[in-house]
Design a protein around this ligand. Structure first.
Ligand SMILES: [Zn+2]
Ligand SMILES: [Zn+2]
Length: 182
């Protein structure tokens, strides 16, 4: 917790910035892409907001776009192209999309950068139908982010995430995307 402009704001337990939890922290993912997570992470249940469904849907759609842009651009920035997280194929920005290990219908993990990775359209299409693809996806999460990241995803699929929190994550990604030219 911190006070910003007279308001109490939750800070990310990983990078200490406002606007997202450690489960959505882009910085944390970038760093754990290099090394495995060593400490177990505690989770908090979040409050639901049942109303304003249209607004919520709209925020989720906008967030899908910003999230996808950020992670595809970040990979291009670091080594010139994207790589499919599942089959390892090199991809252009346009040929890459975001594919979820746990289905995107679970909103609490839809924007968890460990659960939502840059993949190719081919892997995305067969993802849900072929257990082999899902098995590889699972293995790659363990190999690249550590088994705790996988457990964290699996344990948090049914957590509630409020529209307010989604809004915060959206503005966080909008802020991050400002570094990339349109
Ligand atoms: Zn953070
Ligand atoms: Zn692929």
């Amino acid at each position: 917790m911190a006070w910003i402009n007279g308001q109490k704001v939750k800070l990310c337990k990983y990078c200490s910035e406002p606007g997202h939890t450690q489960f959505q922290c882009p910085k944390r993912k970038l760093e754990t892409q290099k090394k495995q997570i060593k400490k177990p992470i505690t989770r908090k249940h979040q409050k639901t907001s049942g109303k304003r469904n249209d607004e919520r849907r709209k925020i989720i759609n906008l967030l899908d776009k910003e999230f996808s842009r950020y992670w595809r651009m970040t990979q291009i920035e670091s080594h010139g192209c994207c790589r499919c997280f599942i089959c390892n194929k090199l991809l252009s920005y346009e040929d890459a999309c975001i594919g979820h290990y746990k289905s995107r219908r679970y909103i609490s993990t839809r924007f968890n950068p460990f659960n939502a990775n840059v993949i190719c359209y081919k892997c995305n299409e067969i993802n849900s139908k072929q257990p082999e693809i899902l098995k590889t996806y699972r293995k790659n999460i363990i190999d690249r982010y550590g088994v705790l990241a996988l457990e964290e995803i699996e344990n948090s699929i049914n957590d509630k995430i409020s529209t307010e929190e989604l809004k915060n994550i959206l503005s966080h990604y909008r802020q991050l995307n400002k570094q990339f030219k349109k």
